[in-house]
Write a protein that binds this ligand. Structure first.
Ligand code: BGP
Length: 465
């Protein structure tokens, strides 16, 4: 039988600091790797973004009107500590103080990501996550957040999509220029992030016994391209490398054995110091947050076992790891305008797999449809395609709950339009339209899309519509 969404279900929406805030160099903010990153020439950079920094009151008022129970946003590390480690910037503290108070004024639960791709540049210059000192820098930063906001923030997320950062490290500016073994560098970074995360889980529990904290990777069910046993094995491989490596470390405090074999074969196992595994074991999350956009199908590629794998972080090479798996287009799924496969049923499968493996409460911190929206002459945006996408995913979330999955919240990407990681502002995800173009800022006015009213009603009826 179909179960209802729990009464206190956290219907929400998400953003990240660098994609929404703008004000990239205001009020003492330091530079992040994003501010100096290589950016495609045909799309906007992040300097103004949606100008959420200056419009947060209006944006929060709109979120309240929509009825959001939670708002998942990230704090820009460089606003709080411009150099990543060291001096605290009071203006940065104040901005999030104000934002949090504004949310609480409307009974919107703040759900805070500590780090969403925007590593302080000053740390990157010292080696970034390749440098073990970044672990302590992160934990210090986390402590400052707990000290300043722990009285009001109950839900914390450590690192957004650590797995995507490791798989696409070069795209996100996390690599040193002249790295000769990129893969080894990335998996070393991964180890350091895992340590930082585990220590932060621990610190949170010590300092804020009432608070809850979790990781926020991107998780996707991996399908075998066929029922050929080798394809099934390939799907297991990819799932281990893409999903379980990160969550097994976060939850069980151990390295997934299939992922470890993969690292051994590729000469990229991290250096693990004495005591590290104990640190991983001692830090435990209270829940698992995850982002879901699509599933992935793979086939076996064992014939190419001997060919050298050419990892560079770029999608094509991540998708093909000779000897382990090769990506396969799923002929059963439709794709978005941006070529992302759409798979609501896979959403249910993904939740079931995470829950049965870890038995921890789940919250979805991203899910959504990137599309070109059209602003009509009468100031409306008829994004029926987005409503259709979200409706189908929410239906599957309800089915997952009915299967027994403990799901306590759902935060679509994104609350307001913002600048995509690499495809500009016109790849829109929001319930709230932001009136600007890639290179023409226009008036940055906020306009409610059709999906705004739809989601408002959905929240009011707790998922019934
Ligand atoms: C996730 C990121 C977000 C985000 C979203 C959509 O990977 O956590 O920051 O933007 O994907 O991706 P994109 O912006 O590339 O369309």
């Amino acid at each position: 039988t179909l179960k209802e969404f729990p009464e206190d279900f956290l219907w929400g929406a998400s953003t990240s600091a660098y994609q929404a805030e703008g004000a990239w160099n205001e009020d003492g903010k330091g530079l992040s790797v994003i501010d100096v990153g290589n950016h495609p020439e045909d799309v906007s950079d992040f300097k103004v973004a949606s100008d959420h920094y200056h419009n947060y009151k209006e944006d929060v008022a709109l979120m309240a009107e929509m009825g959001l129970k939670t708002y998942r946003f990230s704090i820009a590390w460089t606003r709080i500590i411009p150099d990543g480690d060291g001096e605290v910037n009071q203006k940065g503290i104040e901005f999030y103080d104000n934002l949090i108070d504004e949310l609480l004024k409307y009974d919107i639960e703040p759900l805070v990501t500590m780090y969403h791709f925007d590593l302080p540049l000053a740390l990157q210059k010292k080696g970034g996550w390749s440098n073990r000192e970044t672990v302590e820098a992160f934990v210090n930063y986390a402590e400052i957040l707990f000290d300043n906001y722990g009285d009001r923030v109950k839900y914390w997320l450590t690192i957004n999509e650590q797995n995507v950062m490791i798989m696409h490290g070069d795209a996100l500016g996390l690599l040193e220029d002249e790295s000769d073994n990129i893969k080894a560098e990335l998996y070393q970074q991964n180890h350091h992030m895992l340590l930082a995360q585990a220590k932060t889980f621990n610190l949170c529990h010590q300092k804020l016994p009432e608070a809850k904290i979790g990781p926020a990777p991107s998780i996707a069910a991996v399908y075998p391209a066929s029922s050929k046993p080798e394809d099934v094995l390939a799907a297991d491989n990819y799932s281990a490398i893409r999903n379980w490596l990160y969550l097994d470390a976060a939850v069980f405090g151990r390295y997934n054995e299939i992922a470890w074999t993969y690292m051994e074969k590729n000469n990229c196992t991290p250096e693990i110091e004495e005591g590290d595994m104990q640190i991983l074991k001692d830090g435990n999350p209270d829940f698992i947050a995850f982002n879901y956009y699509n599933t992935l199908a793979v086939e076996a590629d064992f014939a190419k076992e001997d060919k050298e794998s050419n990892f560079s972080g770029d999608q094509k090479t991540v998708d093909n790891q000779p000897g382990f798996y090769r990506r396969h287009e799923n002929e059963f799924l439709e794709q978005t305008e941006f070529g992302w496969e759409i798979d609501p049923v896979g959403f249910r499968t993904t939740m079931r797999r995470i829950y049965s493996r870890y038995q921890l409460p789940l919250i979805v911190t991203e899910n959504g449809l990137g599309a070109y929206d059209e602003l009509e002459a009468d100031d409306t945006i008829n994004d029926d395609y987005r409503i259709d996408f979200l409706r189908k995913h929410i239906k599957q979330a309800q089915l997952a709950i009915s299967d027994g999955v403990e799901l306590f919240g759902y935060c679509p990407w994104s609350a307001i339009d913002l600048v995509s990681t690499h495809q500009g502002i016109n790849k829109r995800y929001g319930f709230i339209y932001v009136n600007r173009d890639e290179f023409d800022l226009k008036d940055l006015r906020r306009i409610k899309k059709k999906s705004f009213n739809w989601y408002k009603n959905l929240i009011k009826t707790n998922g019934k519509e």
